[in-house]
Design a protein around this ligand. Structure first.
Ligand code: ADP
Length: 398
């Protein structure tokens, strides 16, 4: 059975087609610039790559482009779309309702729509992608896999903010956390690499990409995570500020900044970009730091410092720490950042092996030194594989 995994954004649809249960990728790609006069298709199949301009005025048309590409006589990989038995959709916000992936029905659609209030940039395009797929593949099972679901095990002590309690009761303002599919996937892989059941391992997973979040995983369950009501809280990210004193916003509001300006500042002009004034991209910052830019150096130092702080906090939360995992574009590729984060952590049992840390392969590897009490791993995340596995399990309940 083939499972199509869809990640629909506001102007793009990313796709991966899996052969299940083997989990092999048959094809993948994306349609970008949906809604513009010229949209773009990139399609990878059988070690080949195809790129073309396409017409995709809306998500329905984008989905049609994907399906006609997958069934195309030359570059396609299936004879008939009926071979696609199920479609798994990445959905950012599942509120308090969804504790795992689910088969989509009208109630699920209504809930995703309701939670758009909490994720206005993400849930509406996710929903548009689902509707387009239901329209184009009416006989396939459609599932929703939520970024928030893994974090629904977080206890109340960790998810309630220190605000008046009725703010939670009235508006459901609480910590939800994000990147859940990634944290769950790498924590499971980590337990497998350690050769223990996930219910016996305490792990801190560091997803460091453009967006960054750290999760404390106790015996297979998320017990705390750095992102909050929205993906703005936590460590310093590419363009997001992470944790700040909320009074900064009142102070700046008094100086004349509007809510909209503050929102844009905190989400799009802060983090690595805001501190350095140069870039949100770690590779650019490394280049500039090498050439002597003090602000680039400062951005790198602050980034690493904040991650170290969370690792320290979550070590205390977990009580016993067995492993730390680095994943995401920075976590997987930036050996210098991993070394910086782990430097001087021998008192909590973390010591890196410099050679293993600098090796680029394999994609899943131990990078801690033999004497390190806590194991440290680099594990390439694969949210699509996790969504495909969930979708296959839901479509084949036995
Ligand atoms: P997203 O959150 O958008 O999925 P990624 O997980 O792809 O982002 O991470 C993007 C970040 O990873 C960028 O800051 C980029 O500079 C960084 N990155 C990617 N490759 C490397 C590398 N080889 N060395 C350092 N940083 C890298």
């Amino acid at each position: 059975m083939k499972v199509l995994v869809i990640n629909a954004g506001s102007s793009s649809i990313k796709y991966q087609l899996f052969e299940m249960p083997a989990g092999t990728i048959v094809a993948k790609g994306m349609v970008e610039r949906i809604g513009e006069p010229e949209s773009a298709l990139v399609h990878q199949y059988n070690n080949s790559k195809f790129a073309s301009e396409v017409k995709a005025p809306d998500h329905d048309a984008g989905m049609q482009v994907i399906l006609s590409t997958l069934t195309d006589a030359k570059i396609g990989v299936v004879k008939n779309i009926s071979e696609i038995g199920a479609v798994g959709h990445r959905v950012v916000h599942g509120g308090e309702e969804f504790t795992g992936s689910v088969i989509i029905n009208s109630h699920v659609l209504d809930s995703i729509e309701r939670f758009a209030d909490l994720a206005p940039l993400h849930n509406p395009p996710n929903l548009t992608g689902i509707r387009a797929a239901m329209h184009s593949l009416p006989s396939a099972v459609q599932t929703a896999c939520f970024d928030t679901a893994f974090h629904t095990s977080i206890p109340k002590t960790a998810y309630i903010y220190g605000l008046p309690y009725d703010i939670y009761e009235k508006y459901r303002v609480r910590r939800y956390g994000f990147h859940g599919t990634s944290h769950r996937y790498v924590a499971q892989r980590c337990a497998a690499l350690m050769g223990v059941d996930k219910s016996r391992a305490n792990i801190i997973t560091c997803h460091l990409g453009n967006g960054c979040s750290i999760t404390a995983v106790k015996e297979g369950k998320s017990v705390d995570t750095s992102m909050g009501l929205t993906p703005l809280e936590g460590v310093v990210m590419g363009t997001r500020c992470g944790d700040i004193d909320p009074a900064i916003l009142f102070y700046l509001a008094d100086k004349g900044y509007t809510v909209k300006q503050l929102n844009t500042m905190c989400n799009k002009q802060s983090g690595l970009l805001g501190i350095s004034g140069i870039s949100n991209d770690m590779r650019n910052l490394r280049e500039h730091a090498k050439e002597g830019s003090e602000r680039a150096r400062l951005a790198l130092d602050i980034f690493g410092y904040r991650v170290t702080k969370y690792i320290g906090a979550y070590t205390a939360v977990l009580g016993r720490l067995d492993a730390v995992v680095f994943t995401g574009g920075i976590g997987e590729n930036d050996a210098a950042m991993r070394a910086q984060i782990c430097a001087g952590q021998s008192q909590i049992g973390i010591a890196i092996d410099a050679g293993a840390n600098e090796a680029r392969e394999p994609k899943e590897r131990l990078i801690s030194a033999a004497q390190s009490r806590v194991k440290v791993y680099v594990i390439a995340t694969d949210e699509e594989a996790a969504i495909a596995a969930d979708t296959y399990a839901l479509a084949h309940p036995d």
